[in-house]
Design a protein around this ligand. Structure first.
Ligand SMILES: Nc1ncnc2c1ncn2[C@@H]1O[C@H](COP(=O)(O)OP(=O)(O)OP(=O)(O)O)[C@@H](O)[C@H]1O
Ligand SMILES: [Mg+2]
Length: 294
Protein backbone atom coordinates (compact mmCIF):
# COMPACT_ATOMS: atom_id res chain seq x y z
CA UNK A 1 0.00 0.00 0.00
CA UNK A 2 1.05 3.58 -0.57
CA UNK A 3 0.25 6.40 1.76
CA UNK A 4 -1.93 9.25 0.53
CA UNK A 5 -1.77 11.36 3.67
CA UNK A 6 1.44 11.75 5.67
CA UNK A 7 1.41 14.01 8.71
CA UNK A 8 4.50 14.55 10.86
CA UNK A 9 4.85 16.59 14.04
CA UNK A 10 1.92 18.87 13.31
CA UNK A 11 1.47 21.67 15.84
CA UNK A 12 -1.10 24.44 15.94
CA UNK A 13 -2.01 26.98 18.58
CA UNK A 14 -4.66 29.70 18.55
CA UNK A 15 -3.14 32.42 20.75
CA UNK A 16 -1.82 30.63 23.81
CA UNK A 17 -4.26 27.73 23.37
CA UNK A 18 -2.38 24.75 21.92
CA UNK A 19 -4.87 22.69 19.92
CA UNK A 20 -2.51 20.30 18.11
CA UNK A 21 0.53 19.32 20.14
CA UNK A 22 2.44 17.16 17.67
CA UNK A 23 0.26 15.00 15.43
CA UNK A 24 1.58 12.07 13.36
CA UNK A 25 -0.74 10.28 10.96
CA UNK A 26 -0.50 8.06 7.92
CA UNK A 27 -3.48 7.18 5.73
CA UNK A 28 -3.17 4.59 2.96
CA UNK A 29 -4.73 4.79 -0.49
CA UNK A 30 -8.35 3.67 -0.67
CA UNK A 31 -8.67 3.53 3.09
CA UNK A 32 -11.56 4.90 5.15
CA UNK A 33 -9.84 6.64 8.02
CA UNK A 34 -11.77 8.01 11.01
CA UNK A 35 -10.43 10.70 13.30
CA UNK A 36 -12.39 10.30 16.47
CA UNK A 37 -12.54 12.77 19.31
CA UNK A 38 -14.89 14.75 21.55
CA UNK A 39 -16.01 18.37 20.98
CA UNK A 40 -13.10 20.76 20.73
CA UNK A 41 -10.48 18.04 20.38
CA UNK A 42 -9.09 19.64 17.21
CA UNK A 43 -10.66 17.46 14.50
CA UNK A 44 -11.77 20.36 12.31
CA UNK A 45 -8.39 22.03 12.83
CA UNK A 46 -6.61 18.95 11.44
CA UNK A 47 -8.98 18.81 8.45
CA UNK A 48 -8.45 22.53 7.88
CA UNK A 49 -4.67 22.06 7.79
CA UNK A 50 -4.91 19.04 5.47
CA UNK A 51 -7.24 20.89 3.10
CA UNK A 52 -4.94 23.97 3.07
CA UNK A 53 -7.45 26.28 4.80
CA UNK A 54 -5.30 26.76 7.91
CA UNK A 55 -1.52 26.95 8.29
CA UNK A 56 0.08 24.75 10.90
CA UNK A 57 2.70 26.34 13.18
CA UNK A 58 5.09 23.41 12.87
CA UNK A 59 5.37 20.03 11.21
CA UNK A 60 4.56 18.79 7.74
CA UNK A 61 1.56 17.36 5.92
CA UNK A 62 1.60 15.77 2.48
CA UNK A 63 -1.74 15.04 0.81
CA UNK A 64 -1.98 13.18 -2.50
CA UNK A 65 1.71 13.77 -3.12
CA UNK A 66 1.66 17.51 -2.42
CA UNK A 67 2.88 19.44 0.59
CA UNK A 68 -0.06 21.46 1.99
CA UNK A 69 2.19 24.40 2.75
CA UNK A 70 4.41 24.48 -0.35
CA UNK A 71 1.90 23.29 -2.92
CA UNK A 72 -1.64 24.13 -1.74
CA UNK A 73 -2.99 24.27 -5.31
CA UNK A 74 -1.65 20.78 -5.98
CA UNK A 75 -3.55 19.55 -2.93
CA UNK A 76 -6.76 21.44 -3.75
CA UNK A 77 -6.95 19.93 -7.21
CA UNK A 78 -7.03 16.41 -5.78
CA UNK A 79 -9.38 16.67 -2.83
CA UNK A 80 -12.98 17.43 -1.95
CA UNK A 81 -14.16 18.73 1.40
CA UNK A 82 -17.51 18.70 3.10
CA UNK A 83 -17.34 20.83 6.18
CA UNK A 84 -19.53 21.28 9.20
CA UNK A 85 -21.24 24.28 7.61
CA UNK A 86 -23.09 24.04 4.33
CA UNK A 87 -21.75 25.62 1.15
CA UNK A 88 -24.77 25.43 -1.14
CA UNK A 89 -26.30 28.25 -3.14
CA UNK A 90 -29.56 29.31 -1.44
CA UNK A 91 -31.13 30.87 -4.52
CA UNK A 92 -30.77 27.81 -6.75
CA UNK A 93 -32.80 24.67 -6.34
CA UNK A 94 -31.22 21.38 -5.28
CA UNK A 95 -30.84 20.00 -8.79
CA UNK A 96 -29.40 23.25 -10.14
CA UNK A 97 -26.83 23.25 -7.35
CA UNK A 98 -25.67 19.76 -8.30
CA UNK A 99 -25.67 20.39 -12.05
CA UNK A 100 -23.79 23.65 -11.68
CA UNK A 101 -21.21 22.03 -9.45
CA UNK A 102 -20.80 19.16 -11.93
CA UNK A 103 -20.26 21.53 -14.82
CA UNK A 104 -17.80 23.63 -12.82
CA UNK A 105 -15.95 20.40 -12.06
CA UNK A 106 -15.57 19.65 -15.76
CA UNK A 107 -18.51 17.32 -16.49
CA UNK A 108 -20.51 17.86 -19.69
CA UNK A 109 -24.02 19.27 -19.22
CA UNK A 110 -25.51 15.88 -19.96
CA UNK A 111 -23.20 14.02 -17.55
CA UNK A 112 -23.76 16.66 -14.87
CA UNK A 113 -27.55 16.30 -15.14
CA UNK A 114 -27.32 12.54 -15.05
CA UNK A 115 -25.08 12.60 -11.98
CA UNK A 116 -27.34 15.17 -10.30
CA UNK A 117 -30.41 12.95 -10.66
CA UNK A 118 -28.50 9.93 -9.40
CA UNK A 119 -27.35 11.81 -6.30
CA UNK A 120 -30.77 13.37 -5.63
CA UNK A 121 -32.16 9.83 -5.57
CA UNK A 122 -29.32 8.56 -3.41
CA UNK A 123 -29.73 11.25 -0.79
CA UNK A 124 -33.53 11.16 -0.76
CA UNK A 125 -33.94 14.56 -2.36
CA UNK A 126 -35.73 13.65 -5.59
CA UNK A 127 -39.06 15.06 -4.41
CA UNK A 128 -37.38 18.28 -3.33
CA UNK A 129 -35.16 18.58 -6.42
CA UNK A 130 -36.98 21.63 -7.78
CA UNK A 131 -37.24 23.51 -4.50
CA UNK A 132 -35.03 26.46 -3.68
CA UNK A 133 -32.46 25.54 -1.06
CA UNK A 134 -33.57 28.53 1.03
CA UNK A 135 -36.70 26.50 1.91
CA UNK A 136 -34.79 23.37 3.01
CA UNK A 137 -34.62 22.00 6.53
CA UNK A 138 -31.23 21.58 8.22
CA UNK A 139 -31.11 17.86 7.44
CA UNK A 140 -31.99 18.43 3.77
CA UNK A 141 -29.24 21.04 3.43
CA UNK A 142 -26.78 18.68 4.99
CA UNK A 143 -27.69 15.92 2.52
CA UNK A 144 -27.38 18.28 -0.43
CA UNK A 145 -24.05 19.54 0.85
CA UNK A 146 -22.83 15.94 1.09
CA UNK A 147 -24.21 15.08 -2.35
CA UNK A 148 -22.12 17.92 -3.77
CA UNK A 149 -18.91 16.30 -2.58
CA UNK A 150 -19.83 13.12 -4.49
CA UNK A 151 -20.42 14.80 -7.86
CA UNK A 152 -16.93 13.98 -9.09
CA UNK A 153 -14.66 11.39 -7.61
CA UNK A 154 -11.75 13.09 -5.84
CA UNK A 155 -8.51 11.34 -4.94
CA UNK A 156 -9.08 12.17 -1.29
CA UNK A 157 -12.43 13.07 0.27
CA UNK A 158 -12.51 14.91 3.59
CA UNK A 159 -15.75 14.70 5.53
CA UNK A 160 -16.01 16.71 8.73
CA UNK A 161 -18.64 15.04 10.94
CA UNK A 162 -20.66 14.00 7.89
CA UNK A 163 -23.56 12.37 9.72
CA UNK A 164 -24.14 14.95 12.44
CA UNK A 165 -27.76 16.08 12.13
CA UNK A 166 -28.82 13.24 9.83
CA UNK A 167 -31.57 10.76 10.63
CA UNK A 168 -30.84 7.02 10.70
CA UNK A 169 -31.89 6.37 7.12
CA UNK A 170 -29.79 9.19 5.68
CA UNK A 171 -26.85 8.15 7.81
CA UNK A 172 -26.94 4.59 6.50
CA UNK A 173 -27.31 5.79 2.94
CA UNK A 174 -24.29 8.03 3.43
CA UNK A 175 -22.22 5.20 4.88
CA UNK A 176 -23.14 3.17 1.80
CA UNK A 177 -22.04 5.94 -0.59
CA UNK A 178 -18.80 6.40 1.34
CA UNK A 179 -18.01 2.68 1.11
CA UNK A 180 -18.74 2.68 -2.61
CA UNK A 181 -16.43 5.61 -3.15
CA UNK A 182 -13.65 3.99 -1.16
CA UNK A 183 -14.20 0.77 -3.10
CA UNK A 184 -13.61 2.75 -6.28
CA UNK A 185 -10.26 3.99 -4.96
CA UNK A 186 -11.00 7.27 -3.19
CA UNK A 187 -9.30 7.70 0.15
CA UNK A 188 -11.77 8.93 2.76
CA UNK A 189 -10.71 10.94 5.79
CA UNK A 190 -13.61 11.60 8.11
CA UNK A 191 -14.09 12.97 11.58
CA UNK A 192 -16.70 11.79 13.99
CA UNK A 193 -17.70 11.96 17.62
CA UNK A 194 -19.51 8.64 17.31
CA UNK A 195 -17.90 5.35 18.12
CA UNK A 196 -20.49 3.38 16.19
CA UNK A 197 -19.72 5.34 13.08
CA UNK A 198 -15.99 4.72 13.31
CA UNK A 199 -16.58 1.09 14.22
CA UNK A 200 -19.02 0.56 11.35
CA UNK A 201 -17.22 2.43 8.62
CA UNK A 202 -13.53 2.93 9.21
CA UNK A 203 -10.69 0.65 8.21
CA UNK A 204 -8.57 2.47 10.75
CA UNK A 205 -9.30 4.87 13.58
CA UNK A 206 -7.16 7.48 15.32
CA UNK A 207 -8.29 8.85 18.65
CA UNK A 208 -7.59 12.53 19.23
CA UNK A 209 -7.51 13.76 22.80
CA UNK A 210 -5.61 16.53 24.53
CA UNK A 211 -3.95 17.63 21.28
CA UNK A 212 -2.35 14.30 20.47
CA UNK A 213 -3.28 10.98 18.91
CA UNK A 214 -3.67 8.78 21.99
CA UNK A 215 -4.34 5.58 20.04
CA UNK A 216 -4.73 4.34 16.51
CA UNK A 217 -5.54 1.08 14.81
CA UNK A 218 -8.51 -0.94 13.66
CA UNK A 219 -11.62 -0.99 15.85
CA UNK A 220 -10.67 -4.53 16.88
CA UNK A 221 -7.15 -3.46 17.85
CA UNK A 222 -8.46 -0.59 19.94
CA UNK A 223 -10.90 -2.88 21.73
CA UNK A 224 -8.07 -5.31 22.29
CA UNK A 225 -6.11 -2.62 24.11
CA UNK A 226 -8.71 -2.45 26.86
CA UNK A 227 -8.28 -6.15 27.31
CA UNK A 228 -10.61 -7.63 29.88
CA UNK A 229 -14.30 -8.36 29.85
CA UNK A 230 -16.82 -6.09 31.51
CA UNK A 231 -19.20 -7.29 34.22
CA UNK A 232 -22.63 -5.72 34.05
CA UNK A 233 -25.60 -5.57 36.37
CA UNK A 234 -29.00 -5.12 34.73
CA UNK A 235 -32.52 -4.78 36.13
CA UNK A 236 -35.46 -7.04 35.18
CA UNK A 237 -36.25 -4.86 32.14
CA UNK A 238 -32.66 -5.21 30.90
CA UNK A 239 -31.61 -1.65 31.70
CA UNK A 240 -27.97 -1.27 32.73
CA UNK A 241 -27.62 -0.45 36.43
CA UNK A 242 -23.84 -0.58 36.84
CA UNK A 243 -20.81 -2.01 35.12
CA UNK A 244 -17.26 -2.80 36.20
CA UNK A 245 -14.27 -3.37 33.90
CA UNK A 246 -12.01 -6.33 34.62
CA UNK A 247 -8.52 -7.42 33.57
CA UNK A 248 -10.06 -10.62 32.28
CA UNK A 249 -8.70 -12.83 35.06
CA UNK A 250 -10.87 -14.91 37.37
CA UNK A 251 -9.77 -12.81 40.34
CA UNK A 252 -10.60 -9.64 38.37
CA UNK A 253 -14.10 -10.86 37.57
CA UNK A 254 -14.62 -11.85 41.21
CA UNK A 255 -13.51 -8.38 42.33
CA UNK A 256 -15.92 -6.76 39.86
CA UNK A 257 -18.81 -8.90 41.11
CA UNK A 258 -17.93 -8.02 44.72
CA UNK A 259 -17.98 -4.31 43.83
CA UNK A 260 -21.38 -4.65 42.16
CA UNK A 261 -22.63 -6.60 45.18
CA UNK A 262 -21.35 -3.92 47.56
CA UNK A 263 -23.21 -1.26 45.58
CA UNK A 264 -26.45 -2.67 46.97
CA UNK A 265 -28.16 -2.67 43.55
CA UNK A 266 -30.30 -5.71 42.71
CA UNK A 267 -30.23 -7.31 39.28
CA UNK A 268 -28.88 -9.88 36.87
CA UNK A 269 -25.15 -10.21 36.27
CA UNK A 270 -23.62 -10.79 32.84
CA UNK A 271 -20.14 -10.61 31.30
CA UNK A 272 -19.42 -9.12 27.89
CA UNK A 273 -16.44 -8.30 25.67
CA UNK A 274 -15.23 -4.70 25.89
CA UNK A 275 -16.80 -2.23 23.42
CA UNK A 276 -15.12 0.60 21.59
CA UNK A 277 -16.72 2.90 24.15
CA UNK A 278 -14.84 1.08 26.92
CA UNK A 279 -11.68 1.54 24.88
CA UNK A 280 -12.31 5.27 24.81
CA UNK A 281 -12.91 5.52 28.49
CA UNK A 282 -9.67 3.67 29.05
CA UNK A 283 -7.69 5.71 26.51
CA UNK A 284 -8.98 9.22 27.13
CA UNK A 285 -10.59 9.03 30.56
CA UNK A 286 -13.60 10.56 28.84
CA UNK A 287 -16.70 8.99 27.35
CA UNK A 288 -17.97 9.89 23.92
CA UNK A 289 -21.60 10.36 22.93
CA UNK A 290 -23.36 7.23 21.76
CA UNK A 291 -25.99 7.43 19.05
CA UNK A 292 -29.10 5.68 20.35
CA UNK A 293 -30.45 4.71 16.96
CA UNK A 294 -27.23 3.88 15.08
N1 LIG B 1 -9.90 30.19 14.39
C1 LIG B 1 -9.83 29.87 15.68
N2 LIG B 1 -9.45 30.80 16.61
C2 LIG B 1 -9.36 30.46 17.91
N3 LIG B 1 -9.60 29.23 18.42
C3 LIG B 1 -9.97 28.29 17.57
C4 LIG B 1 -10.11 28.53 16.16
N4 LIG B 1 -10.48 27.39 15.56
C5 LIG B 1 -10.58 26.47 16.54
N5 LIG B 1 -10.28 27.00 17.74
C6 LIG B 1 -10.27 26.27 19.02
O1 LIG B 1 -9.51 25.10 18.84
C7 LIG B 1 -10.07 24.01 19.55
C8 LIG B 1 -10.32 22.85 18.60
O2 LIG B 1 -11.33 23.24 17.68
P1 LIG B 1 -11.83 22.27 16.53
O3 LIG B 1 -12.91 23.01 15.82
O4 LIG B 1 -10.67 21.81 15.72
O5 LIG B 1 -12.41 21.05 17.36
P2 LIG B 1 -13.32 19.83 16.87
O6 LIG B 1 -12.67 18.59 17.35
O7 LIG B 1 -13.55 19.96 15.42
O8 LIG B 1 -14.67 20.05 17.67
P3 LIG B 1 -16.20 19.74 17.25
O9 LIG B 1 -16.43 18.29 17.54
O10 LIG B 1 -16.99 20.61 18.17
O11 LIG B 1 -16.38 20.10 15.83
C9 LIG B 1 -11.33 24.55 20.22
O12 LIG B 1 -11.03 24.86 21.55
C10 LIG B 1 -11.64 25.80 19.42
O13 LIG B 1 -12.29 26.74 20.22
MG1 LIG C 1 -15.23 20.16 14.30
Amino acid sequence: MTSVIEVRGLRKAFGDHTVLAGIDLTVERGEIFALLGPNGAGKTTIISVLTTLVHADEGSAVVAGHDVHRSPDGVRGRIALTGQSAAVDEVLNARENLVMFGELSGLSGRAARHRADELLERFGLTDAAGRRVATFSGGMRRRLDLALSFVVQPEVLFLDEPTTGLDTRSRRELWHVIRELAGAGTTVFLTTQYLEEADELADRIAVLSGGTIVASGTAAELKERVGGDVVELRDAAGALLRSEPTDGSLAGVRRAVDLLDASGAEGTVSIRRPSLDDAFLALTGDGLPVKEDA
